[in-house]
Design a protein around this ligand. Structure first.
Ligand code: PGA
Length: 263
């Protein structure tokens, strides 16, 4: 089953509103005037940026009509109420988001994110018509102890429990081995493929074979223009969640180019 590659730039705690707007304008120019322009117009590759909350609506305005989407980096599951500091799926939709990253390892590590909270967030997003990008991945210690598959299995099964997904496009999974994030140590394409094929088999059980077959599974962790082609050559790598290399327009555009379908 053919899947449209997706490239998402996760900016983390970076960029002001001004910097976001400048970036979005240059990205549009770079992508549409570059070799990926026609493919982007024909929607052969999907692209999104994930600025901080403060810059989401400015990014959406700057990218309007460009086919480049906007994602948040997190969300809270309630629609409204006494939850100081939180942002709801409805507010994200209002700001112009199409996607929301949930369960990023930095949120799991520093902000007490659990599989149960990931599950509630993903459900609230799909109910609002937004697309969750659910991140999973093992730490170095877990990999060394031979637990990579069992950790990812728990994160997928618990994180996606009872999620109402009717078509493959309603959810995206990102496999991000924690030891590869921001370290410059990318997983080998074999390691990415092995875990991502395993994730697809889990998705068959959680949802159904047709939904699993059409769902995008991204790889994330030190993705760079130099390694994207090798990763994308693998059967179950359907795009990338890019941190550091997404902060600069030219390197992000080169990664998009590396995700274009070969034919
Ligand atoms: P990195 O981050 O590309 O800087 O390793 C990826 C991520 O955290 O999503």
């Amino acid at each position: 089953m053919s899947r449209i590659p997706l490239v998402v730039g996760n900016w983390k705690l970076n960029k002001t509103i001004r910097e976001t707007v400048d970036f979005c304008r240059s990205l549009k120019e770079e992508l549409f005037s570059g070799p990926e322009g026609p493919a982007l117009g024909a929607r052969k590759v999907e692209v999104a940026v994930a600025p901080p909350f403060t810059a989401l609506s400015s990014a959406a305005q700057a990218l309007e009509g460009s086919f480049i989407g906007v994602s948040s980096q997190d969300v809270f599951w309630a629609e409204s109420g006494a939850y100081t500091g939180e942002i709801s799926p409805k507010m994200l939709a209002d700001a112009g988001c199409r996607f929301a990253i949930v369960g990023h390892s930095e949120r799991r590590q520093f902000f007490h994110e659990t599989d149960a909270s990931v599950n509630k967030k993903a459900a609230a997003l799909t109910a609002q018509g937004l697309i969750p990008i659910v991140c999973v991945g093992e730490t170095l210690k877990e990999r060394q102890e031979g637990q990579a598959f069992s950790v990812v299995e728990r994160q997928i099964v618990e994180g996606l429990k009872s999620l109402a997904v009717r078509s493959p496009g309603e959810l995206v999974i990102a496999y991000e081995p924690v030891w590869a994030i921001g370290t410059g140590q990318t997983a080998t394409s074999e390691q990415a493929q092995e875990v991502q094929a395993f994730i697809r088999r889990l998705l068959e059980k959680v949802f159904s074979p047709p939904i699993a077959g059409g769902m995008r599974i991204l790889y994330g962790g030190s993705v760079k223009p130099e390694n994207i082609a090798e990763l994308m050559a693998r059967r179950d790598v359907d795009g990338a969640l890019v941190g550091g290399a997404s902060l600069e327009v030219k390197s992000f555009a080169r990664i998009v180019q590396g995700c274009l379908p070969k034919t």
